[in-house]
Design a binder for this molecule. Structure first.
Ligand code: ZN
Length: 222
C-alpha cells in the first residue's frame, strides 16, 4: 500500500523507529520525523536520531518533553535507579516510563495536525513489548480513537512492527536495504552504546538475539 499523503514518524534513533522511518519512506509521499527529549540519561540519543534522519533525507524536529521525567521515577530517566537486568515477574520493568507513548503520540498528533499530516507511524511492538503496556495494540487503537474524537480528525496510527518479533524487524530492515545502517548507527542500548551496544542490558540482549536468529535463518536459506 502506498499513500499519496505525508506521514509523521515518532522517531528515537533506535532499531525499531529507524526501521519504521525507512518503511515510511516506502509507503508515503513524504516523511517527517519527530524526536522527543524527555530527560533520558543518554541525551546523545537526540544526536543519533538527527544523524539518522539526515542520512534518510528526512526533516526532523526535536521536541522537549522533559516534564515526563519529573512526573515519575524510573531507571531510564533517574540515574540513581539501577535498571532491571531482567524482566520482573509482576508488573512492568523499572525502565518503564509511565505515559511516555501516550504523551509522544498525543503530541505527535497535534504536531502533525498543524502540518496537515494525518498519518502517524510508531515502532511499538506487542510481540517483544518487554512488559510495557503502552506498546500494545489495544492501547494504540484506543488512543487513535481518542485522538480522532478529541480533535475531530481522521488520524491513522501505523504500527508496522506490532506483530513482528525482533528477528522479523531485522528482516524488514534488510528488505528495505538498511540492515547495516540499523545495525551500526542506531541506539537501542539502555547504557547508551551505539550499534551493537553494551551487550548485557535487556535491550541489547533482545536486539542481539533477534539479529542472530535472523542471520542464521538467512544463511540457511541462501
Ligand atoms: Zn546495552
Amino acid at each position: 500500500m502506498h499513500y499519496n499523503e505525508p506521514a509523521l514518524v515518532v522517531f528515537s534513533g533506535g532499531q525499531d523507529s529507524t526501521t519504521c522511518l525507512f518503511w515510511a519512506k516506502e509507503h508515503f509521499s513524504a516523511v517527517h520525523a519527530l524526536t522527543f527529549g524527555y530527560g533520558q540519561k543518554h541525551a546523545h540519543e537526540v544526536d543519533v536520531a538527527r544523524a539518522l534522519a539526515e542520512k534518510a533525507g528526512v526533516p526532523i524536529d526535536v521536541m522537549d518533553t522533559s516534564f515526563i521525567s519529573t512526573l515519575s521515577h524510573n531507571a531510564l530517566t533517574d540515574t540513581s535507579i539501577p535498571m532491571d537486568e531482567d524482566k520482573p515477574a509482576g508488573g512492568p520493568p523499572n525502565t518503564f516510563v509511565p505515559g511516555r507513548n501516550l504523551f509522544f503520540l498525543s503530541i505527535a498528533a497535534v504536531f502533525a495536525r498543524e502540518r496537515g499530516i494525518r498519518h502517524l507511524v510508531t515502532g511499538v511492538s506487542q510481540t517483544d513489548y518487554s512488559g510495557y503496556p503502552d506498546c500494545r495494540d489495544s492501547f494504540v487503537k484506543a488512543l487513535n480513537v481518542a485522538l480522532n474524537l478529541g480533535m475531530e480528525e481522521q488520524f491513522c496510527i501505523h504500527t508496522p512492527l506490532m506483530w513482528l518479533d525482533k528477528s522479523q524487524t531485522w528482516a524488514l530492515a534488510d528488505r528495505l536495504g538498511v540492515l547495516d545502517t540499523v545495525r551500526r548507527e542506531t541506539l537501542t542500548c539502555y547504557n547508551g552504546v551505539v550499534g551493537d551496544g553494551c551487550g548485557h542490558c535487556p535491550a541489547c540482549k533482545l536486539r542481539r538475539a533477534g539479529l542472530e536468529k535472523y542471520l542464521a535463518q538467512k544463511a540457511g536459506t541462501l
